[in-house]
Ligand binder design. Structure first.
Ligand code: GLA
Length: 744
């Protein structure tokens, strides 16, 4: 893991998740930097090795081992009684917690498990620091009950910090029923658009057969009404799985309870799951405006603005009061042009199709402030990581247009790290590597489609992914970006820490300097380039981001697709940052983690639950955060599309007043965030942070939210007006009621 995630990691002390209570906890290990296969041997003499805690990264214990290996050896002595109390007495479960970045683990010299890939493995290096290592070992007879045993863990660190972290690592001596595991997957049903197909996979993780009964019940959580019920006899041989497929209503919140009753010992396990459900109403066929109503352009800079209008094509676009120097393409709805004259131009945008027409007031503000609403678009990092290529970028850009995301304002297409050639050209200019054969062509293609090109670099000599950074070549790079048609730069600290470490002056000025330098170079280019700072919040960047004319600044380390990460980066880190956001300058809690993500060539469905995803997007809209999609758009499902393309939710994010929400209430597991909007109404997120469904009486918090009288309340996801006299909401675990209210 790279330095930037340090802060996230530091906050990770509270590590939950072991499905079972640990029977024996591990706390410390012997450690040695280096790599030698004999270190997995239980008899190897490690008495000369250093003793460390396995709850803290090695970096924090004074051991640095970037881009290399270290081995941990955990000694433990399990009591024979532990085995006796199990009805299985065969398999064991080792919970090793989080390991940064990749590991290969052994118990008494036998292979235990492996997660992530190091450079000596086949395929590209893959950091899996945010994946819990819960390894099953099938042979309890290989354990020295009552004597010494050794777990040897070979850890590869892709960049400091690295090593083991989290708490709660230990040994579990399971019962037979603990071998039952469940995986859920919901997919669109092409034959029945009103239904989703739910695939429930029941897996036996142990060698011994599982015999029992499975009861599956779908209920409506709001009324407890049973929607459907299924029963199945289970006879699962060792390591086998069985798949149960059923359909359920796509547009309704429902809950599945799965009860497995083991026939051999009579034990029961219950699994609860909330499958995907779509709240966003179907898009109307008629033309509808869905995005920002204000846009900032510098005098003389070229404008590219694709009108965010949904509805059936063909569509005709026109505009009233278009200032001189601008042109609207009547078929494509792309506004282009430029002017040297500063001013606020009030334009009326119009669109019509076979189903009707729409008009929208729009202000083009020509002065020196750009980024008047948070950036919307797509960035390659959360899906493709370092495996990004021009083809992959193009495929997401095409999908962005084909699937209608452009009609909701998503316009920046940003190439994150790993586009850079190994060496600069002889004259010092930067070049793209073989994965990006035609950067200028890509820029032109995007611009012709009304989209914008974004790129990534670092003020250091190297980027986080060890590609070339801009240090000493800032002007040349800014010139190259201009040539390619770059409209957004993500400027990531990373390699600059090598410079910074040598500085005598490490005050705030030392954080500001490299960003100021690049700002001057970007500003000298004849086009507007969104300046996105990425330095994880160091030196309280929100206090000085404006001073380097940054349009957005990352406030934390990297986000990942876990509820813990959304909580730390969104709910906790942003709680006091609302005073710093304003049109042109935004706090950036990092990119979106919905859809198919993966940070590498292998993508998976986000690990956020359905309701966590609703909370994630609602919170980002409340925070006036950039909406940068981080998944492969060519593989989007209807649920994710609904999450990202709800015009009323986007209107909150893009509200021209540009005020970030404040957390008015933090009462146990209830949080209420409120944001004032340009028409005097408020967007309010009522969040249930607990693991259980909860009834939240909003009226109980009116005083804390400054509400004297509620005049209207509208559910933003469902786009329905609600009764102002009935404001107790039944909210899903980690879920939200996201509303817009008017009040006195
Ligand atoms: C850092 C940033 C990420 C991404 C990677 C690329 O970790 O915070 O968002 O840009 O670098 O290497």
């Amino acid at each position: 893991m790279k330095k930037i995630v340090l802060c996230i990691i530091a906050l990770m002390a509270v590590f939950l998740n072991p499905t079972w209570a640990q029977d024996l906890l591990f706390h410390e290990a012997k450690v040695r930097v280096g790599d030698d296969p004999s270190w997995k041997d239980p008899k190897f003499d490690d008495s000369g090795w250093e003793t460390v805690s396995i709850h803290k990264l090695l970096h924090d214990q004074g051991i640095s081992f970037p881009h290399t290996f270290a081995w941990y050896r955990i000694h433990f002595t399990p009591s024979p009684d532990l085995l006796k109390k199990s009805d299985l007495r065969q398999a064991l479960i080792f919970n090793l917690g989080l390991i940064d970045d990749a590991d290969q683990s052994y118990i008494n010299g036998y292979f235990l498990g492996k997660t992530g890939r190091n450079p000596k493995d086949d395929g590209e290096e893959q950091s899996m620091w945010d994946t819990e290592r819960v390894y099953v070992f099938g042979d309890a007879s290989k354990i020295n009950w009552g004597g010494d045993n050794v777990i040897a863990i070979r850890v590869y660190n892709g960049g400091d910090p690295g090593g083991m972290l989290s708490t709660g690592q230990g040994l579990i001596v399971p019962n037979l029923i603990d071998g039952i595991n469940v995986a859920w997957e919901e997919t669109d049903n092409p034959k029945a658009p009103q239904l989703l197909t739910c695939r429930i996979t029941l897996l036996n993780k142990f060698a011994k057969a599982q015999k029992g009964k499975l009861k599956i019940t779908f209920t409506d959580p709001e009324t407890d009404k049973v929607l459907s019920k299924h029963e199945k006899d289970i006879n699962l041989k060792g390591f086998r799985k069985t798949v149960f497929t059923t359909n359920y209503p796509k547009y309704k919140w429902s809950k599945v309870e799965l009860v497995y009753i083991d026939k051999v010992y009579g034990k029961t396990r219950t699994f609860v799951h909330y499958p995907k459900y779509i709240l966003t109403p179907k898009e109307p066929e008629k033309s509808r405006y869905n995005g920002a109503v204000v846009y900032g352009l510098r005098p003389g800079s070229p404008l590219i603005f694709r009108l965010p209008v949904s509805g059936v094509r063909p569509m005709r676009f026109s505009a009233e009061n278009l200032p001189e120097g601008f042109h609207l393409d009547a078929d494509k709805g792309i506004l282009t042009g430029s002017t040297d004259k500063s001013g606020a131009y009030n334009i009326t945008l119009k669109a019509s199709n076979a189903y009707g027409s729409m008009e929208q007031k729009f202000t083009l503000k020509v002065d020196n402030n750009i980024g008047l609403t948070p950036a919307m678009g797509w960035n390659s990092w959360n899906c493709w990581g370092l495996s990004v290529s021009q083809d992959k970028v193009l495929s997401s850009a095409k999908a962005l247009l084909d699937k209608g995301f452009g009609d909701y304002g998503y316009s920046y297409v940003i190439i994150d790290d790993s586009w850079e050639a190994k060496e600069r050209k002889a004259d010092g200019h930067i070049a793209a590597n073989e994965k990006f054969p035609d950067m200028k062509g890509l820029g032109d293609w995007l611009h012709n489609s009304g989209l914008k090109l974004g790129i990534y670099s670092s003020p250091g000599a190297y980027t986080c992914g060890h590609y070339l950074g801009s240090l000493g070549h800032e002007m040349q790079d800014a010139e190259t970006y201009n040539e390619w048609g770059v409209d957004y730069l993500k400027y990531d600290w990373c390699g600059y820490s090598e410079v910074w470490d040598t500085l005598k002056d490490q005050t705030v000025a030392s954080y500001v300097r490299p960003y100021l330098l690049m700002e001057e170079k970007l500003r000298s280019q004849p086009r507007d380039i969104w300046y996105g700072l990425c330095q994880y919040g160091m030196g309280d960047v929100w206090r000085w981001g404006h001073a380097v004319d940054a349009n957005s600044w990352r406030t934390t380390g990297d986000i990942t697709d876990s509820w813990r990460s959304v909580c730390e980066i969104g709910f906790d880190a942003e709680a006091n940052l609302y005073p710093y956001a304003e049109p042109g300058h935004w706090n950036d809690p990092d990119m979106l983690c919905v859809g198919k993500v993966g940070w590498g060539s292998m993508l998976r469905d986000t690990r956020l639950t359905t309701d966590e995803q609703y909370s994630h997007i609602s919170l980002w809209a409340l925070l006036a955060a950039n909406m940068l999609i981080g998944c492969d758009l060519s593989q989007i499902d209807d649920f994710t599309q609904g999450l990202l393309c709800n015009n009323e939710v986007i209107a909150v994010d893009q509200d021209p007043l540009g005020k970030q929400a404040k957390r008015d209430v933090k009462d146990g597991d209830v949080q209420i965030w409120k944001r004032i909007l340009s028409d005097g109404s408020y967007a309010v997120g009522i969040f249930n942070m607990s693991e259980e469904e909860m009834n939240i009486d909003f009226s109980k918090y009116f005083a804390q939210c400054g509400i004297h009288k509620l005049n209207s309340i509208r559910d933003l996801w469902r786009q329905q007006d609600l009764d102002t006299t009935k404001v107790t909401y039944h909210v899903a675990p980690h879920g939200v009621r996201f509303v817009r209210i008017t009040c006195e």
